[in-house]
Design a protein around this ligand. Structure first.
Ligand code: SF4
Length: 300
């Protein structure tokens, strides 16, 4: 981290002295800790997923629904021992995993925290829930700690990443990251109760006007393996968009979603998670509220 090269931006900032392009220095900042039921079904079996939302993000997506914490870094600084205690509280509450939402830019600090938590008795699977903009080197660091990877593949070309997330090489980096994870972690594994205990899930949030280039995403994944669990998300909400594209100022249509879903089915993916079209009204978090996603239990 000094100089920081944790994500593909490799901006080289000394994080002990300054904030990187991800918006944070070297102290862990957390926006919320909740028992979350809004992930794919195998991740929320039991009481739910123990989600820890980290402040800052290597991507600057212009439509981010979590922008209060990802862009504005609303939240509080938290020391590793306290964060380890929160992980234990999530385990005690019956959560089926510890879901680290956007952890990349805190990787070394979180790995230290996990060492402490494991000593305290944490035995839940650790989920790396990432925007997909990752380096192989950073993913290798997680190898001994994380068992589940919930990876976005946001765009099927570099142009979309440049215009919507302000990075020049999203498609190149994310393809390499997902290929690496598929080779090393493999398909989703479930226990007898249907809880995810290991493996990779790839998510794609469909954008209006097909701006995310979903067919290119599908072709890439199908070429890698049809056994990659694919989650097609419909929850895009133009309310969060802060940009100039007229297309992004409207919601997704049912036809747009259906045609991409049918393409995934035609290609023959063995596991597809689909969302209802009303999902865009159900995932509008307000991190200032007592309950950012509605009826969830909030620990912080
Ligand atoms: S994690 Fe942050 S500081 Fe480090 S390279 Fe990425 S954007 Fe820069």
């Amino acid at each position: 981290m000094n100089p920081c090269t944790l994500c593909p931006r490799r901006c080289g900032v000394d994080r002990s002295r300054a904030k990187g392009a991800c918006g944070v220095g070297d102290e862990i900042r957390v926006g919320a800790i909740v028992i979350h039921r809004g992930e794919e079904p195998p991740l929320v079996e039991g009481a739910g997923s123990g989600a820890i939302f980290f402040c800052g993000c290597p991507l600057r997506c212009s439509y981010c629904q979590n922008s209060q914490i990802s862009h504005l870094c609303q939240g509080r600084t938290i020391a590793a021992p306290e964060l380890a205690d929160f992980m234990m509280r999530l385990q005690d509450a019956g959560c089926s995993n510890i879901n680290l939402v956007s952890p990349t830019h805190y990787t070394p600090q979180i790995l230290d925290t996990l060492e402490s938590a494991f000593r305290l008795g944490l035995n839940l699977p650790i989920v790396v829930n990432s925007g997909g903009y990752e380096t192989r080197e950073c993913l290798e660091l997680w190898g001994r700690y994380a068992r589940i990877y919930l990876m976005d593949l946001k765009y099927g070309d570099n142009h979309a990443g440049r215009s919507l997330s302000r990075v020049p090489d999203y498609w190149d980096q994310a393809r390499e990251a997902i290929s690496f994870l598929w080779e090393t972690v493999g398909p989703l594994e479930l226990d007898r109760e249907g809880r995810a205990v290991g493996g990779l899930i790839v998510r794609h949030l469909l954008l209006p006007g097909m701006l995310s280039n979903p067919f290119s995403v599908l072709e890439f994944l199908a070429g890698l393996s049809l056994d990659i669990p694919f989650s097609l998300m419909s929850q895009y909400n133009p309310r969060f968009y802060q940009g100039e594209s007229p297309e992004m100022m409207r919601g997704l249509t049912r036809d747009e979603y259906q045609v991409v879903l049918e393409r995934a089915l035609d290609l023959g993916f063995t596991t597809i998670f689909a969302q209802e079209m009303n999902a865009s009204g159900s995932y509008n978090p307000d991190f200032d509220a007592d309950s950012p996603f509605g009826d969830l239990t909030r620990l912080l």
